[in-house]
Design a protein around this ligand. Structure first.
Ligand code: HEC
Ligand code: HEC
Length: 458
């Protein structure tokens, strides 16, 4: 989600045609061709101005810090591209590893960010459709691209300039998407017409971990605080750059019906390693007693999801995201074109955060809305969550279930390049607290181990 807010909108009658009557794909049974078309569009259609081109991508190692730069120039071009993919948290495209799965590459060699930049990545070496890209280093990429553009005397684009004005993501794998989007949306009225004099926007920056897309079909409302009605129009906020006038949104609506159909067709990935079935069964019993009231049940015969919002003081997780949006901001978005002018519903004053579905939870580390907790073991042991952690580039921890990490009591003191600093998740920073969700404290250690095993089966 690139944008979350429409400022100063008042409900009025009227609207655009062709909206309310159209349903997304039917429950759990998406029309396969439409879903396939959605994926095709995500991979091949550029909805934003280009961010870079192949020549810039290939020159990026020139601006890397030493000794990485020398190492890159000793490598073959193919190895160098892989190093670049790893530095920026991109996934090589299966059909052409010199390109990224997360960028649309045009016939002219231009690279344009797509939704998949944040919403599709890899886990334990496997590309998983709809898994959040927990390695995406958007700020590092944008900084390096800007330096190369200056060297190549190429014009700066919206991201290059945007990142000078506000942080894009201070920890790799998370982005300031909510605020960045709000800044864009702040320049629009309810019909998405661009305002000449937008009101001032004052909002705390905070980085978010994107949610898994296979949960979207279980939800009536979207986002960490569950305030926005689900629907294909809501999916389009990410396109609010000034180059896209209101007519583009009407023109692209059908595309986003297909993209929604693809998102709705996604299924959670299954745990690829062994499971201790009897321990998992014990874990199910504990889970249904202690966790299901909020997170639902997952038996094939009884798959329930209550979509509960838990008051902010009760959940106790970082509240910056919750406080960042005012009731008016939420109402304005819901009452804009994106929410069919209020007809889709939505909540202006949610009480806290939504308890998310936990299908495929093994694959979506790090945990909590801000991505502050590296493994499920740490989620289940609130007092032992690391103050600072750094993941290995691609490692998966099968025992603690989640990211393979090095932990620290505090941010290391030595000087490090910004790209390296952003690989450290520092929970002492604003918006990055790993506190709260202390419900697992009710369980004995044995019960926690059993629940951990059960969570692998979801
Ligand atoms: C720069 C990263 C980024 C990009 C690009 C991006 N998103 Fe997101 N998306 C996020 C983040 C972060 C959230 C969580 C926001 C929140 O909960 O407040 C999110 C939330 C969502 C959700 C809500 C999921 C849920 O379970 O509540 C949907 C649906 C979604 N995005 C669709 C899209 C689509 C479609 C696109 C492309 C048009 C897109 N996003 C582009 C980062 C991104
Ligand atoms: C009172 C409601 C409630 C109970 C009980 C509860 N949770 Fe949660 N849980 C939440 C909420 C709300 C969140 C989202 C918090 C956030 O992101 O800040 C959450 C988040 C999580 C997450 C992280 C999800 C993600 O995608 O990052 C996991 C895993 C989880 N809970 C597991 C459990 C387990 C296991 C239990 C039982 C021991 C449990 N929860 C009990 C409300 C609850």
């Amino acid at each position: 989600m690139w944008a979350l807010l429409v400022a100063c909108l008042l409900p009025t009658a009227g609207g655009v045609g062709n909206g309310n009557a159209v349903a997304s794909s039917a429950d759990g049974e998406p029309a396969a061709p439409e879903a396939a078309e959605g994926y095709r569009l995500l991979r091949s259609k550029a909805y934003l101005p280009a961010d870079l081109d192949q020549e810039i991508f290939d020159a990026l190692p020139q601006v890397w810090e030493e000794p990485l730069r020398s190492r890159a120039f000793e490598a073959t071009p193919a190895e160098r591209r892989l190093m670049a993919m790893e530095r920026y948290g991109l996934t090589p495209a299966p059909e052409d590893p010199s390109r990224s799965l997360q960028y649309v590459v045009g016939a002219d060699g231009s690279w344009t960010m797509s939704c998949l930049a944040c919403h599709q990545g890899q886990v334990a070496g496997r590309v998983i459709p709809g898994v959040p890209n927990s390695t995406y280093a958007l700020e590092t990429l944008t900084e390096d691209v800007r330096l190369v553009k200056i060297r190549q005397r190429k014009p700066l684009g919206h991201m290059d300039v945007g990142s000078l004005l506000l942080p894009l993501g201070t920890t790799a794998g998370t982005t300031n998407a909510v605020v960045f989007g709000m800044a864009l949306m702040h320049h629009r009225d309810r019909d998405l017409t661009i305002l000449s004099k937008p009101p001032l926007l004052d909002m705390p920056h905070h980085d978010m971990d994107a949610p898994a897309w296979w949960h979207v079909k279980k939800k009536q409302r979207l986002y960490a605080d569950g305030f926005a009605p689900a629907g294909h129009r809501m999916l389009m906020q990410f396109l609010l750059v000034k180059e896209n006038g209101p007519e583009k949104f009407r023109e692209w609506e059908d595309d986003f019906r297909s993209i929604e159909a693809w998102i709705d067709s996604l299924e959670p990935p299954t745990w690829p390693w062994a499971i201790d079935a009897s321990r998992a069964e014990q874990g199910r019993v504990v889970f249904e007693k202690s966790c299901s009231e909020c997170h639902g049940t997952y038996a094939a015969s009884a798959d329930t999801y209550p979509e509960r919002i838990i008051p902010i003081d009760e959940i106790g997780t970082d509240r910056v995201r919750y406080d960042a949006l005012a009731a008016r901001n939420r109402r304005d978005l819901n009452e804009s074109w994106f929410g069919h002018y209020g007809d889709d519903g939505g909540l202006a004053e949610p009480e806290g955060y939504v308890a998310p579905p936990l299908d495929g939870i093994w694959a979506t580390a790090p945990y909590l809305h801000n991505g502050s907790v590296p493994t499920l073991w740490h989620l289940l042991h609130p007092d032992e969550r690391p103050a600072v952690w750094k993941r290995t580039p691609t490692g998966y921890d099968q025992t603690q279930v989640g990211l393979e990490v090095t932990t620290f009591d505090a941010m290391p003191q030595e000087r490090m390049p910004p790209a390296e600093r952003r690989r450290h998740f520092d929970t002492s920073k604003p918006g990055k607290s790993a506190a709260g969700h202390t419900f697992p404290d009710m369980l004995s250690e044995e019960e926690k181990q059993a629940v951990l095993e059960y969570l692998k089966t979801l």
